[in-house]
Design a protein around this ligand. Structure first.
Ligand SMILES: Cc1cc2nc3c(=O)[nH]c(=O)nc-3n(C[C@H](O)[C@H](O)[C@H](O)COP(=O)(O)OP(=O)(O)OC[C@H]3O[C@@H](n4cnc5c(N)ncnc54)[C@H](O)[C@@H]3O)c2cc1C
Ligand code: SF4
Length: 557
């Protein structure tokens, strides 16, 4: 029987309070205010933004170097308005690392340069942007996850939020509240990388975009003694701790003379069947370049998140019946620059302009929403993504062929020796990543002992991620019982040695043998990074939203 639930109506609902959607909501209000100041035909739409974090910014994690191009466009007085910019890039280096040695590149090519970029904490920026959105009259609902799309007459007509107060077996506890039905004329989906609502929408409205590809980023923020770095110092690395046939890289940014961001991006592709993004960062910190800087410092925050890396080839259409996609929900990331925030913001600006036109004409048809595609094609964001479209692909055959091709792309943007990816139904999971079967290698992974000073176990890192969930709720990581029995404990154990135990940075997956072999899940540890859904070789894991408010509690990530 259909569950009875309270229903609320809005003109526009934004799902996700990341940089893409917050930009969009703020810009839309600016456009409406400008219009209302000059016209008798007043627009007064109801606009809401929802986010599954327990406060705005709680789930936002990034490097982060911000190209201010889009911010300048929609919020030119952002500095005067108190935008939390930590530093402006003062100097930068690009290093090739071997385990004990470092080799600086003599110059930084223009395409990789971060001149004029700003160093920010994305969670702080998100908190500030959410405050600005509320000042503009937008209703913000944190602690609220979009669980299920509400489809009516062949279009997305809103969303159903998470049920609150179910126990781990799905029975109602005291204080049970069914999820709300939030109806809208247009829903703007900005869930970031591998959104659960975005995946569900793909089943209702399939596209023919090639399947997306992803990397996994693990990051720590450290307080260090003064005198080692200057605010605005930026380092990028390639080589160690990654083997030459595996894609990956590291970064180190100085937010202030005493606060630094350090992290690694690790491949989740076929080149890295046994990827352990957490371990990669721990090993990276032992390199002398990092170790000397971090000495006597203290890790203050840790976290993880996937990043989409397929670029223009794998982008989803920015519109559909009743909805628009923004930011990483559509896949707008430039992997050549390892940057997505400015593109997410630009996609938000484009969505806002499309919504403004729709409101003006009181026309929310798919045909009207489609105009966002033309806006995007005519934007600098498209040009930037077009020039970088083949960058990530260049590394599919390893570091050295990749470097040669990436070097050639500086003179011949977009040059590639590989064909554009074949077309698969969009949003499809990657049931077979073409991984090299590697059970033997899994058994031979050397045990890494963290020292608790510079390197940490997954459990210890979690302590600094602010993660928390209501313990007694249905498990949000769904694996069918028959898949656990036939795939996890038999096929995957034999072919891969259960890589979930390695790739999850939060130690959520454990294979136990006593009293009988079983998969034990610790969903309360989950950082919502989405690595498992992407890296699972058989595509049997489905990540669904837990009760809103659960997940990490980032403050400086
Ligand atoms: C490790 C790492 C380092 C990076 N470094 C940089 C960098 O230095 N510079 C740069 O420009 N880019 C960087 N990026 C990329 C950049 O962070 C992203 O491209 C950008 O944040 C995308 O913005 P977004 O708004 O699309 O999504 P996100 O920033 O991911 O925000 C999505 C929001 O939606 C919410 N949400 C998701 N699903 C739901 C749901 N179902 N219901 C309710 N709320 C939901 C989340 O809680 C979150 O608040 C990095 C990414 C990673 C992972
Ligand atoms: S279980 Fe959670 S923390 Fe672990 S990989 Fe999946 S999404 Fe990330």
């Amino acid at each position: 029987m259909e569950q009875e639930r309270e229903s609320l109506e809005f003109d526009i609902i934004f799902v996700g309070a990341g940089p893409a959607n917050l930009t969009s909501a703020i810009h839309l209000q600016h456009l409406i205010k400008r219009h209302n100041a000059q016209s008798a035909n007043l627009l007064e739409p109801t606009i809401a933004v929802i986010d599954k974090g327990r406060y705005a910014g709680a789930h936002l994690l990034s490097g982060a170097l911000l190209d201010p191009k889009a911010l300048d466009e929609f919020f030119p007085d952002y500095r005067e308005q108190g935008c939390p910019i930590e530093a402006t890039v003062t100097n930068e280096s690009l290093w090739f690392l071997q385990s004990k040695r470092k080799f600086p590149l003599p110059f930084i090519p223009e395409k990789f340069s971060n001149k004029n970029s700003l160093i920010v904490s994305l969670s702080r920026l998100g908190t500030w942007m959410a405050e600005k959105a509320e000042e503009e009259g937008i209703q913000l609902f944190d602690n609220t996850a979009a669980a299920v799309p509400f489809i009516e007459n062949g279009r997305l007509s809103g969303i159903i939020t998470d049920d609150k107060g179910l126990d781990k077996n799905g029975y109602k506890k005291g204080g049970y509240e069914p999820g709300l039905l939030l109806k809208s004329k247009v829903t703007v989906i900005g869930e970031g990388s591998d959104g659960s609502l975005t995946r569900q929408l793909g089943k209702h409205f399939p596209t023919h975009a090639p399947a997306q590809r992803y990397e996994s980023g693990v990051k720590e923020t450290w307080q260090i003694p003064e005198g080692r770095v200057i605010a605005g110092e930026v380092h990028h690395t390639f080589g160690f701790p990654f083997e030459a046939d595996v894609y990956g890289g590291g970064w180190f940014y100085a937010l202030s003379p005493t606060l630094v961001s350090i992290g690694c991006i690790s491949s989740l592709g076929p080149d890295a069947p046994l990827c352990d993004p957490h371990l990669n960062l721990q090993r990276f910190k032992l390199h002398p370049l990092m170790a000397n800087t971090l000495k006597f410092g203290q890790m203050v925050e840790a976290g993880a998140r996937t990043i989409t890396s397929g670029g223009l080839d794998t982008m989803l259409p920015l519109f559909g019946p009743g909805y628009l996609l923004t930011g990483e929900s559509a896949g707008v990331v430039n992997m050549q620059r390892h940057k997505g925030i400015h593109l997410a913001m630009k996609s938000g600006i484009i969505a806002a302009e499309t919504l403004f036109e729709a409101l003006l004409h009181n026309d929310f048809s798919t045909e009207r929403l489609k105009s966002c595609e033309e806006r995007f094609r005519n934007s600098w964001a498209y040009d930037e993504l077009y020039a970088a479209r083949n960058y990530r692909k260049a590394f599919d055959n390893g570091l050295y062929p990749g470097l040669i091709q990436a070097g050639l792309q500086l003179s011949f943007p977009g040059l590639s020796t590989k064909k554009t990816q074949r077309s698969l139904p969009g949003f499809s999971p990657l049931p077979n990543r073409g991984l090299k079967k590697n059970k033997g290698a899994a058994a031979s992974i050397p045990e890494f002992r963290s020292d608790g000073i510079r390197t940490f176990s997954k459990e210890r890192s979690l302590f600094n991620s602010g993660v928390m969930h209501e313990e007694n709720q249905p498990c949000h990581l769904r694996i069918k019982t028959e898949d656990v029995a036939e795939i996890c404990l038999k096929k995957c154990a034999t072919e891969f040695g259960n890589p979930c135990q390695h790739f999850c940075p939060a130690a959520v997956y454990e294979i136990i043998t006593d009293p009988v072999p079983a998969l034990r899940l610790n969903p309360s540890n989950c950082l919502h990074c989405k690595t498992c859904e992407v890296a699972d070789p058989y595509g049997v894991i489905t990540w669904t939203v837990p009760e809103g408010g659960g997940g990490p509690g980032y403050k400086v990530s």
